[in-house]
Design a protein around this ligand. Structure first.
Ligand SMILES: [Zn+2]
Length: 107
């Protein structure tokens, strides 16, 4: 994995009203009213809230659709996006396997 691509977001905020900082998948579970007008969730919160929602046509989550492709639903990847996603997935699995070889389990 390329260095510097990991991002972290704190789960601790000192203000009671900082709902704009709450991840979208948590916000929709805890305060779904804040995801609807007149409230205005951030684009990131909207994207995060949709990440775990299954497609209404093929019933698969978007990460699976983007990795495996889909001929049923309109939001599937282009052939080029599909090839790129599969290559990234393959490289990710290789990186995990390489790390496991480098660092045997402690138990
Ligand atoms: Zn679908």
């Amino acid at each position: 994995m390329a260095e510097g691509r990991v991002r972290l977001r704190s789960n601790v905020v000192a203000r009671d009203d900082a709902w704009h900082l709450v991840p979208g998948e948590v916000l929709i579970a805890r305060r779904p009213d804040l995801m609807k007008p007149p409230n205005r969730p951030t684009q990131l919160q909207t994207d995060e809230s949709m990440y775990y929602v299954s497609c209404g046509v093929c019933s698969r989550p978007i990460n699976v659709i983007m990795r495996e492709g889909c001929t049923q639903c309109s939001h599937g990847p282009t052939p080029q996006q599909l090839e790129q996603a599969q290559e990234e997935h393959r490289r990710g699995l290789e990186a995990v396997e390489e790390e496991r070889r480098r660092r045997p389990a402690d138990d």
